[in-house]
Design a protein around this ligand. Sequence first.
Ligand SMILES: [Zn+2]
Ligand SMILES: [Zn+2]
Length: 79
Amino acid sequence: MGRITVSITPQHADSTECTHRVKPSGRPRDPESGCTNRTQYQVACSEHGDVGDPHHVKALAEPAAAAHREEHRAALIPR
Ligand SMILES: [Zn+2]
Ligand SMILES: [Zn+2]
């Protein structure tokens, strides 16, 4: 079994990944970047794919990601 990674991906409202530089408000720093505003954060696991629904603030996505990592840690303890 490979190493499992749990990541948080910032997304636009249409669930496409936001790789733009944004202000703390979620609005793009560069109006010319084509960014449609960063509105949600999706927790994704390399084994399970998307974990739950997207979160609208990063402060909620981080504990969700940590909780999922913890589930794996508990499941992977060698006997
Ligand atoms: Zn963007
Ligand atoms: Zn997982």
